[in-house]
Design a protein around this ligand. Structure first.
Ligand code: NI
Length: 185
């Protein structure tokens, strides 16, 4: 198995780990923000679904153009504070699974020259199709780790031992958020 095969396999596995993690959360804490500047479980999970269209667009661009310029995406800088709270969580989790399967199918068709195609990213000293999707694989677990921290917080209700259907209504944030600090894509 090559390193790109390993990377695609990691991207393929992520929803089966992340989605049940989110579904375990007590509905009472889904949209609770732990502190100013930090996202709720709901926001971390919806963010994972929301970034897929961006990565499809970047892939199209990098395959079509030689060394294109890519502008970073930072939700704290680029989106309204409550953007993710307005999304439906169950719908976002479904989109995460469907778009990820579609992305994996597309990546399996890339050749080694495609994986090496570069771009100029305004936040990084180097960038290629491989770098971009390695970042996406790590990004899944960056946010999954944050979700798990909230799920296991000692002073919050414990997660269900079994997976719950996601039916809780969206709620307003319980504390202010100033942005998703330091997480540019
Ligand atoms: Ni992120």
């Amino acid at each position: 198995m090559t390193s790109t095969d390993q990377l695609v396999a990691a991207l393929e596995r992520a929803p089966a780990i992340v989605v049940p993690l989110v579904r375990q959360a007590d509905p009472a804490v889904l949209t609770r923000r732990p502190a100013p500047g930090e996202w709720s479980i709901h926001e971390n999970a919806c963010h994972l679904a929301e970034v897929h269209p961006l990565f499809f667009r970047r892939l199209d661009l990098m395959l079509a153009e030689a060394n294109p310029v890519i502008r970073s995406y930072d939700p704290g800088r680029d989106d309204p504070d409550d953007a993710l709270l307005k999304l439906d969580l169950a719908d976002a989790l479904r989109r995460f699974e469907i778009d990820r399967a579609r992305l994996v199918a597309r990546l399996r068709r890339l050749g080694s020259e495609d994986w090496a195609r570069p771009a100029r990213h305004d936040e990084y000293n180097s960038y290629s199709v491989f770098t971009m999707f390695r970042h996406l694989a790590l990004h899944d677990f960056h946010h999954a780790y944050r979700i798990e921290e909230l799920l296991l917080r000692k002073d919050w209700p414990a997660p269900s031992p079994r997976v719950l259907p996601v039916t809780a209504p969206n709620r307003p944030p319980e504390v202010c958020r100033t942005g998703e600090s330091g997480d540019r894509t």
